[in-house]
Design a protein around this ligand. Sequence first.
Ligand SMILES: [Zn+2]
Length: 228
Amino acid sequence: MRPTVVPFAFVAWVLVMLQPCAARAAACCLEAAVHTAAPFDEGRAEAVEVAAPPAAAAPAPTPLDLSSEDVADRPSYTDVFSVLKQENECSRFFGGPRLAVTVFNQFTRQLRPRRLGSGAIALAMTGEYTNYQDMTTGASYRLFEEASLNSEGPFRSKKEAARMRVGSFPAESRQGRALMLLHELGHLIRGKDGRWLLPNDGGDAALSESNTKEVESRCRTELLALDN
Ligand SMILES: [Zn+2]
């Protein structure tokens, strides 16, 4: 079932960068307070027509075809998919397996390696965003114009990752990478209360860390199972 495109786009500007360190690397966290997201006022958004996204959702929790899809980081994609495809506390937090996988697949198709500089920036979502509605679940989600995986940051650079943590996991671990992706997913899905699952945490390292902890608290069991 294809998601229904909500026929308007917000003109707000948002920049989100994942700040992947936690308590163990306090200095890093302070230096890396770059999780910037400009506040946006949805009430003043202008309604404009947008085309359906090229990456329409596949029915049910179906993985991307890794033999033909250009996926930035296949191992972490596979890990997160394995978490989200099943009914568990983690997938329920993201609206259930179908919605979670639909949005994660869309996000993954957008995600491209880019050089964003060394440091704590692992991922970034930039530009305007467009709202979509999933026909089956009725839930809404958004996609930004651009999603970047920093090829010089902790997701790809062992040197950077070795000194950082994501929640309680080392940034270079499977759990750490999966948690980074799940954190970003939380910024894309709207909850039943009408708010994004994770509030924008731009420029607020403490809130960013709090968001990471929120996701970890929901997904810890499934993340720990990745090593099994
Ligand atoms: Zn965030």
